[in-house]
Design a protein around this ligand. Structure first.
Ligand code: AMP
Ligand code: MG
Length: 474
């Protein structure tokens, strides 16, 4: 904690104009102090560096996420609710199942009749799924059976269902070649849920199972949380939009798009801001715009380079930083903090309230993610996702890892927890995992070939072929 990380220029003056930025770029590497003297700028401010281990950084995010109160709610059609977060409790409107349900096609019997096999029973009727209750035989005497279908109500006096595969029918007689235990192939009334019991609670992300459960209790509309608005701001002088033809040294903006997809998958609503140049004034404008959302994600400009201005601008805006580096790879220069957002100006508000009164401010969390595309994707999964989940009203959950055997040895420098793009393959208990060859964290093509990340603990220098490793799915 407390190492000066990068240097910039204090606010309280006009930000660097483009002429000056151009001049600075032409400069040989020089210290910020020299530049300040040269151009009569105020002296630089230092941004404190807080470097955390992966576990500590993740814990910090989780602690902040836990304190976030859920967003406002709205009522939507059942299918529109898919992927949303439930904001109400769902109760069973009746016992589930509402009758003792046969799980097989076969014969409803009294199990005691099959103590000795083969046994021949008299078939006294048939029950189909949805059979009218008055048509279901009220009595099944010893020595009798009822032909029954999957999903049909088992007559009261029968206590088991023999699968049709173990029977042989001859007119009104059925011969049964297997014994059976009481209750076999029957789900008793109310065994899945009792009438009035809670089936789903607030904070559940509605997948197909939760939608089906809601449908099963007759909910055609659901109360869900509104999705948080997540501003995405890509920074960098070399970054150009998709409609531009990039110059030889320019790079097309891909991070805004990978982030937008990840935001959608995590349950947020992405808002893509224009690309910010490495120029303090415009960067500041766009950061301030982004802080109006529920969360601001920035990429690029958080490394140690001379034009990495994101932290500097945030410092000038009075941001609080929880960490500015994590001991991981890819993704070391990852920043997490929060900053007051200026309340959007209301027409006439200034005149009414008079001068000198501070506009009310909301505080917005932000992440400064590294610009390298794979680092951006990995740091999103590790740190941003829990925040979006909390902002969307989801219950907190821990990161999940699988284990698989390593197909080829890994050698790395120790000190960082690594999340390396990899392919998990093999079936059943044959799962194995291998690294994808890559050119480092700028290699988007490599990560498209990966379906997971191998997690290398910071103390490991070498992991042998055949060892079990942790795998994070993507
Ligand atoms: P930075 O974190 O700004 O030092 O950027 C690190 C690397 O990521 C550089 O090679 C950038 O060109 C690249 N990069 C930064 N932002 C983006 C973006 N939005 N899309 C694609 N690549 C980017
Ligand atoms: Mg940059």
């Amino acid at each position: 904690m407390g190492n000066p990380l990068c240097l910039g220029w204090q606010s309280g003056r006009k930000d660097l104009d483009s002429r000056l930025v151009a001049t600075l770029r032409a400069e040989e590497p020089t210290t910020a102090n020299n530049l300040a003297l040269l151009y009569d700028l105020p002296m630089p401010v230092s941004v404190e560096s807080t470097v955390l281990t992966f576990e500590d950084a993740r814990r910090v995010v989780e602690e902040h996420a836990e304190k976030i109160s859920p967003p406002s709610t709205e009522s939507v059609e059942l299918l529109v609710a898919a992927g949303c977060v439930l904001a109400e409790e769902i109760f069973a409107d009746r016992d589930i199942p509402p009758f003792p349900r046969s799980t097989r096609d076969g014969y409803a019997v009294r199990s005691a009749d099959l103590a000795r096999i083969p046994a021949t029973l008299e078939v006294i009727g048939e029950v189909r799924a949805g059979e009218k209750p008055e048509k279901i035989p009220a009595k099944v005497e010893p020595g009798q059976a009822v032909s029954i279908m999957t999903g049909a109500q088992v007559p009261t006096e029968a206590d088991a269902v023999v699968m049709v595969e173990y029977t042989s029918r001859n007119a009104d007689q059925v011969e049964i070649s297997r014994t059976i235990t009481p209750g076999e192939n029957i789900v008793p009334r109310g065994a899945e849920a009792r009438q009035g019991s809670r089936l789903l609670g607030r904070g559940v992300r509605l997948n197909e199972a939760a939608i089906a459960l809601s449908a099963s209790v007759g909910k055609s509309r659901l109360q869900v949380y509104r999705k948080p608005r997540v501003a995405v701001l890509s920074t960098g002088d070399e970054i150009v939009g998709l409609k531009s033809i990039p110059g030889r040294t320019q790079i097309r903006n891909s991070n805004s798009y990978s982030l937008a997809v990840q935001v959608l998958h995590a349950g947020g609503q992405p808002i893509l801001l224009p690309i910010a140049p490495d120029q303090p004034q415009r960067l500041r404008e766009l950061i301030e715009q982004g802080l109006q959302s529920d969360l601001l994600l920035m990429t690029g400009g958080v490394s140690m380079g001379r034009y990495d201005l994101v932290e500097q601008v945030l410092t000038e805006l009075g941001a609080e930083f929880f960490f500015t580096r994590a001991k991981i790879q890819p993704g070391k220069p990852v920043v997490f903090g929060r900053c007051g957002a200026r309340a959007p100006a209301r027409a006439g508000a200034q005149r009414q309230s008079g001068t000198g009164q501070k506009a009310s401010r909301k505080t917005t969390y932000f992440f400064g993610l590294p610009g390298n595309p794979v680092s951006t994707m990995v740091t999103f999964e590790l740190f941003v996702r829990p925040m979006i989940e909390a902002l969307s009203g989801q219950l907190p959950r821990k990161l999940a890892f699988l284990h698989a055997r390593l197909k080829f040895e890994i050698r790395v420098k120790p000190g960082l927890r690594r999340f390396l793009p990899a392919v998990l393959s093999g079936e059943f208990d044959q799962s194995e995992v291998e690294l994808v060859p890559w050119q480092g964290s700028g290699d988007i093509a490599a990560v498209t070939r990966a379906n997971c990340y191998i997690v290398v603990p910071p103390e490991r220098e070498q992991i042998a072929f055949g060892e079990w490793v942790s795998v994070m799915m993507r």
